[in-house]
Structures are given as C-alpha cells and as structure tokens.
Design a protein around this ligand. Structure first.
Ligand SMILES: NC(=O)c1ccc[n+]([C@@H]2O[C@H](COP(=O)([O-])OP(=O)(O)OC[C@H]3O[C@@H](n4cnc5c(N)ncnc54)[C@H](O)[C@@H]3O)[C@@H](O)[C@H]2O)c1
Length: 457
C-alpha cells in the first residue's frame, strides 16, 4: 500500500508526508500505517548525535503514535601525554572549530594549566578557559549555574556542535557534564579525567549530577561525553589517598564482571597505589600493567554502562557497592571510594549469607580492599533507619520494580541481583559483617577514609 494513497488529497498532511518521504534516506510503509523517518545526514545539527523515528497514524486521522531513537557514538581512548605537542587528538578535534572552550578543575589548572595553554598555542587554536573549584561540597546547582553562565550567551556562547573540553576529577565531570546537558538542552563534551575515579568511571559515565540534601548524586541527566581521554600521567600529582580511593571503582568491575582484572588487582594493586599507577619510581613493566588494568576496568564498566546509557535496564553490575552508600556516604562524610568498598564488602557478606558466595571468596574481596588501605566496615551500617531509608530511595530510583542490588554470585567475576533485603536480613548481615571485620585491629577502617573538602568537615 502506498502511504500517500491513505492521506486526503490537497491536505496539508499529504504535503507533509510527501516532504518527509522526499527527505528520507529510507522510508517504508509497513503493514500498519507506520513510516520510519530516517533523516539525511545533510540535515545533522551536530556530528555527534543521530537517530531516527517512527510515526503511525490512526485510521481516523485524529491520533498518532510516535517513537524515536537517539544514537550516540562515544569513544574512550587510553593515551600517553594528552597535552604533548605531538599528540594531535585534541588539536585535530578543535582546529576545524577555530577554538576550544574548556572547563578545568582549579587544582588541575594550577598544575597543568600552562601545559594546556602551551598545547593549544602550539597548534594555533584559541583557548577560552573557566577554572573552578570542584570539591564534593561544590556538587551543587550553584556550580552548574556558574558553568552555564560561562557556556551561554554572556560567556563563550558555545555552539551545539562544539564539544566543550572538561579536564578534572569526578566532581567536575559530574557538574560540568550536567551543565553541558542543560546548555542548548544538549551540548557535547570531551572528558579528560585527571583522577583515577574520573579516568575509569565518572569520566566516561553518562550519569551527570549534583548532590541532593541527603542523597548523593540524586539530581542530574544522562549525558555521556563524546570522547574520553585517559592519561595516567596525571596521577603522578594526585595524592595517594585519591589513588587508593579510585581503586574501588576497578575492584567493583573485577568482582562483578572480570576475574582476571580482580587477580591483577590482587597481584599489583598495592604497588600501583605506591607508584601512583606506575608514574613514580617504577619500571616500564609496571606501567604496562597499569595500562592493562585501566583498560580492563574501563572496558568492563563501559560494556555495561555505555551500552545502557539511560539506565533503561537494571542489570547494572557497576552499581555493586552503590545500593546503600548514596545515603550513608554524605552522612558519614566518607570519600566516595571508601563508601563504595564498605558497600561492596558488606555486599560480599550479604551474598555469603544468601548462599550465593563462599566464605573464601568473601574474604578474598575483603582482603583485596584491605591490602589497598580501603575501608571495609563503618559503624554507620548499624544505623538501620538510615540504611532502610537508603534502600527505599534506591528502590524508587531503580523504578520500584525491586531493589536490584548487584552482589557477587557463584564466583568472583559474576553477579546477580538481590531484590528484597528485609530489615531482619539487613540486621543479621550487618552483624555478621561486623564480626568478620572485628578480627582486624582497626575494625575494618581504611586509610584517609574521610573527605577533607572544606565545608564538609
Ligand atoms: N557519574 C558517575 O558515574 C560517577 C562515578 C564515580 C564517581 N562519581 C563521583 O566522583 C566524585 C569523586 O571523584 P574524584 O575522586 O575524582 O574526586 P574529585 O573530583 O574531588 O578530585 C579529587 C581531588 O583531586 C584534585 N585533583 C584532580 N586531578 C588531580 C591531579 N591530576 N593531580 C592533583 N590533584 C588533582 C581535585 O582538585 C580534588 O581536590 C564523587 O562525587 C562521586 O560521586 C561519579
């Protein structure tokens, strides 16, 4: 059946349909009254985003249904010397646009601002920079607004086809990513992660956000970078506390998805903390292992997160350790990685209690975290009102279809999802976890586990 034969002659809807069909690469009438609208690339707003839609009209021409897809192709690259003159990735990206608009973490700007300026100067690309403080205390809508003023009409007036360069840690990637999501309703950005957390997790993540009053990361938008560049040479200047903190995100992927990664972390994790991921006092061999661990952690994370960018589905292994922590992390003023390892090791004990994991594997997970100086227990787990509140919030966040708490199951490197954790089970599992951790002289505390950001002391 020809679609046009179903539309009244001389009507505007007929003209519209003709026009659509003209501009289509492929438009086909299906069994029903549906056409697929695939726009020609010549009409693209921005090179970064594509998609197509379908529209189905009702027989009476008084209603229709629509659906649309949105396709984003992201790239993640592990690179050496992102600001080395010979590394042309950023130069090639920004040369054709005639400038680069950048948002840079203030501390990173103090340390690497000159290299950044020199790089763009060398390639004759004008650089417009906003350097701002991005501590946990700054994950607010005020910071997002400040960035928006810089990106908007009264500032650099970025185009929708001009990827903003974001250089910094996980806090900056969250707030600047959110500002980019809001600017023109969606402006692309390129992420250069300068902490372990932003390099292997927050940086390429689609989940941009600010903190709510009680819950971490509770307001935001799904807006991943179009390109993430991971250069571990930045870790040379990162404090050991932040290196250790970032290890948590690699451990979570090892436990839930990749036993090989887990074993590499068991073998080399402590050395990587000591040498800032092979950037200080180490041989070339360890540097290669550092790259391998970074790549494996990123691949495993993006295999799940990057292919389910809008959290359309709840089979999300990378949420391991993140079920109760968004509520207790800000209350206990913990660093993110420590909050996550407390959640992960508690999860391992809960998994053992459910009969999903052997005591040996539970202890392996706890021992790996301990060997890196990460926390495995905190008394805040015994605040059951707070824990249940966290659980209730997480159920709602995950769509009210269950708790969807990822836990290791069967073996390290695989996971399943706990849907119901009653208050009784929660209390028993916390008691068991406390007993397991009480064999450590410090009761399971980590090194430098608390946030030092001003305003959160
Ligand atoms: N969106 C996500 O999916 C996601 C995932 C994981 C974590 N996060 C968020 O990330 C945040 C934690 O990120 P983070 O650990 O990177 O902390 P951060 O961004 O606060 O950075 C840590 C500190 O290191 C400084 N710094 C950054 N790079 C440096 C460098 N190369 N040398 C020296 N100092 C440097 C920063 O100025 C800051 O003081 C948390 O708010 C967490 O919720 C988000």
């Amino acid at each position: 059946m020809n679609i046009l034969s179903t539309v009244p002659t001389n009507s505007s809807s007929r003209e519209l349909t003709e026009k659509i069909i003209e501009s289509l690469e492929t438009a086909h009438q299906q069994e029903s009254n549906t056409i697929r609208v695939k726009h020609s690339p010549k009409y693209l707003t921005s090179q970064w985003y594509t998609g197509y839609g379908e529209i189905t009209h009702g027989d009476d021409y008084r209603s229709f249904e629509i659906s649309a897809t949105f396709t984003l192709k992201g790239e993640v690259k592990v690179v050496d010397g992102v600001f080395s003159f010979s590394n042309r990735i950023l130069a090639d990206l920004y040369q054709s646009r005639g400038r680069c608009v950048a948002i840079v973490d203030q501390t990173v700007n103090e340390l690497y601002g000159e290299s950044l300026q020199a790089y763009f100067k060398h390639h004759s690309i004008p650089l417009e920079t906003l350097a701002l403080r991005a501590w946990e205390a700054d994950k607010t809508t005020d910071t997002v607004y400040e960035i928006l003023k810089f990106l908007g009409k009264d500032g650099s007036d970025v185009s929708r086809n001009e990827p903003v360069l974001v250089v910094g840690g996980g806090v900056l990637s969250d707030v600047a990513g959110l500002a980019c999501a809001l600017q023109h309703r969606r402006t692309p950005y390129v992420m250069v992660g300068t902490t372990v957390v932003s390099a292997i997790d927050a940086g390429p993540s689609p989940r941009t956000c600010v903190n709510g009053q009680l819950f971490k990361n509770s307001m935001g938008a799904y807006h991943p970078p179009v390109l993430t560049l991971v250069d571990r040479s930045f870790f040379r200047t990162l404090s050991k506390g932040h290196i250790r903190n970032g290890m948590a995100e690699a451990i979570k992927m090892g436990v839930t998805d990749d036993i090989n990664l887990f074993e590499l972390l068991e073998q080399y994790g402590p050395q990587l903390v000591e040498t800032h991921f092979g950037t200080i006092n180490c041989d070339e061999e360890l540097g290669k292992i550092a790259d391998e661990i970074i790549y494996k952690a990123l691949y495993s994370y993006m295999k799940h997160e990057g292919t389910n960018m809008f959290e359309t589905y709840q089979d999300r292994p990378h949420a391991y350790g993140h079920t109760w922590s968004p509520r207790y992390e800000p209350s206990a003023k913990l660093m993110h990685g420590h909050a996550v390892t407390i959640g992960m090791t508690f999860g391992a004990t809960l998994s053992h209690k459910l009969g999903w994991l052997s005591a040996e594997d539970r202890d392996r997970i706890i021992n790996l975290c301990r060997s890196l100086g990460l926390s495995v227990y905190h008394p805040i787990l015994e605040d059951f009102d707070l824990m249940m509140e966290g659980q209730k919030n997480m159920r709602r966040k995950r769509g009210d279809g269950g708790l969807w708490a990822p836990l290791p199951k069967g073996t390290i490197g695989a996971c399943d999802y706990a849907q119901d954790v009653s208050i009784e089970l929660l209390k028993e599992a916390v008691a068991e976890h406390k007993a397991v951790c009480s064999k450590f002289p410090d009761g399971g505390a980590g090194q430098e586990m608390y946030l030092k950001d001003l305003g959160l002391e």
